[in-house]
Design a protein around this ligand. Structure first.
Ligand code: ARG
Length: 273
């Protein structure tokens, strides 16, 4: 009895080793196939889909300007895509660990981020703006002093408030997603939200019943979004070439018109390259 059960165990183990070996060789096989026979490689793309109209979830699907844009760019470069909402902070973990090939999420190109990651060429111009309730006395960034300001943690909105009010100032309320920052203001926990112009403008426009207004301030930097890659990613060059193709062949304008109803300023992006 003992003998036969250890025999069975032996056979099972051998079978397991054999099957594992098969599995590995099969995987390697299909990888070579993908490279040699032009099978489309799928890029794993991560995002924080809580930033409408740039990236958000609609009936379980991730949609938005950035998503249409990256799909067009990937198609141009000959890749299939798989876009996953992971949240803002996790984007940087996924990219740093190379679990994702790239991230698109209205990510501003900054010198600090450039030390740890690679960026594509700029594909979108942006700046921070202030979202307030209609009757608010806040008319400039300076007026935010002494007020409670809600921001998304780890964004350029937070950096702008760190610079204005002081790093870790208790008046800066940080949230892991921008929608939570907006909710905080709506429920009276903050006097303003500082975030990217497209987001606050669209939000105020789409929610007329909430009586919100957007305040701009020339002291906020002009920013440019880039696609984020792990440092030294081989994809950067290919994707940059594809971005330029999409900028030049009218696809970018088409996507921009679809989401914002106006013509983009492609020149200003090209000048940044
Ligand atoms: N542009 C800003 C930054 O890079 C905010 C981006 C936030 N994006 C998002 N999907 N929540 O810091």
């Amino acid at each position: 009895m003992k003998k036969s059960s250890s025999l069975i165990l032996g056979i099972v183990l051998m079978l397991a080793v054999f099957l594992t070996a098969c599995g590995t060789s099969e995987e390697t096989g299909s990888e070579t196939e993908a490279n040699n026979e032009g099978e489309t490689k799928t890029l794993r793309i991560v995002t924080d889909a809580a930033y409408a109209p740039m990236e958000y979830q609609d009936k379980g699907e991730v949609v938005g300007f950035d998503i249409d844009f990256i799909k067009a760019v990937a198609k141009e470069a000959g890749y299939a895509v798989e876009v996953e909402h992971v949240g803002w902070d996790p984007i940087f973990v996924e990219i740093e660990s190379k679990r994702a090939d790239l991230a698109v999420s209205s990510i501003t190109i900054t010198d600090e981020r450039k030390q740890s990651y690679d960026f594509s060429n700029p594909y979108f111009q942006s700046t921070n703006k202030i979202l307030v309730q209609e009757g608010s006395d806040i008319q400039s960034a300076e007026d935010l002093k002494g007020k409670k300001v809600a921001v998304q943690n780890g964004t350029t909105g937070q950096m702008a408030m760190d610079a204005l009010l002081g790093k870790n100032h208790s008046d800066i309320k940080k949230f892991e997603d921008n929608n939570l920052a907006i909710m905080e203001m709506e429920s009276g926990g903050a006097d303003a939200v500082v975030a990217d112009n497209m987001i606050v403008e669209e939000y105020a426009k789409n929610n007329p019943d909430k009586n919100l207004k957007v305040v701009e301030d020339a002291t906020f930097d002009s920013e440019y979004y880039g696609i984020l890659f792990p440092k030294d990613s081989e994809l950067v060059e290919e994707i940059n070439t594809a971005i330029n193709a999409v900028l030049d062949n009218g696809t970018y304008s088409e996507i921009y018109q679809k989401w914002f109803g106006i013509e983009p300023n492609i020149e200003v992006l090209k000048e940044q390259q």
